[in-house]
Design a protein around this ligand. Structure first.
Ligand code: OGA
Ligand code: MN
Length: 281
């Protein structure tokens, strides 16, 4: 195995890069993997178009980044491959859309470090995914606001996002009680230091972040909304239109994302999340 000649094409000054010259259907040498990992740290989300692989190969590749997260409590999984989550919209209005800005599984005490999404079935138009950097908005804060949030801690809660849907779904209250026991609210710093780059970024999102500790509800709500709104500015965004077999890898420690719900057809993605460490400031 020799080191692949990767071509890394940045897509915006803030985040996002396409990586060409790699074929995940063949085992990667360590140097090529290290180049991909470095590109992820530099660009926060990277896209590897047209990767003709199945769930088992996606899993082999994901394991290079670290241990894989156990099956997600809510989403479906690939048969015989429970570590591969199925993200699917079947064309009905009841489909679960991930169309609110979030960082994956921040309801866990040790949220995912990375997610790896592989497109299976995508609409010919619509169904794009957007990512935003959490470094840029933190760096753009005025010093007084930065000082105010610097040492704050916020609760993140599974119930916040999934509570209502789980209650209405199969298993109802029993499943919800079980999930909430497994995933009680956790605390994360509002400003997170990235364990590999050392850069600081915001670490709050609209879907799971419940309340900033030590503040009244009104203060917490407004400050969270302000931070999220700053982080959702197009200056910090990239938008990707999927083709089948595109593979995206994002760093959950410094990004948020959102999938658009602007289509009615079938869309099916395979997601693997790689375990991360406990966020610290
Ligand atoms: C996810 C998610 C985005 C998408 O897999 O975590 O939010 O584009 N999905 O389907
Ligand atoms: Mn997600």
């Amino acid at each position: 195995m020799t080191r692949a000649n990767l071509e890394i094409r940045p897509l915006t000054p803030t985040l996002g890069a396409e990586i060409h010259g790699v074929d995940l259907s063949h085992e990667l040498d360590d140097e090529t993997f290290a180049d991909i990992k470095q590109a992820l740290l530099d660009h926060l989300v990277v896209f590897l178009p047209d990767q003709r692989i199945g769930p088992a190969e996606q899993l082999d590749f994901a394991r290079r980044f670290g241990a894989i997260e156990p099956p997600h409590p809510y989403f479906g999984v690939v048969e015989d491959q429970p570590e591969v989550t199925v993200i699917e919209q079947d064309g009905t209005p009841d489909s679960d859309y991930n169309d609110a800005w979030h960082t994956d599984v921040t309801f866990r005490a040790e949220p995912a470090m990375a997610s790896i999404l592989h497109a299976q079935i995508v609409p010919s138009s619509g169904g794009d995914t957007l990512w935003s950097s959490l470094y840029g908005p933190y760096e753009a804060l005025s010093p007084s606001i930065r000082d105010m949030i610097e040492d704050k801690v916020a609760t993140h809660d599974y119930y916040n996002s999934f509570g209502e849907t789980v209650l209405k779904g199969p298993g109802g209250l029993e499943k919800l009680l079980d999930d909430v026991r497994r995933f009680p609210p956790v605390e994360h710093p509002v400003v997170r230091t990235h364990p590999e780059t050392g850069r600081k970024g915001l670490f709050v999102n609209r879907v799971f972040t419940h309340r900033i500790k030590g503040m009244s509800w009104v203060e917490s709500d407004h400050i969270l909304r302000m931070l999220c709104e700053i982080a959702e500015h197009p200056n910090y965004q990239i938008r990707w239109h999927w083709r089948p077999y595109d593979l995206a890898i994002w760093d959950n420690r410094c990004t948020m994302h959102l999938a658009t719900s602007d289509f009615t057809g079938h869309r099916l993605m395979h997601r693997i999340t790689v375990l991360g460490d406990r966020p610290y400031h």
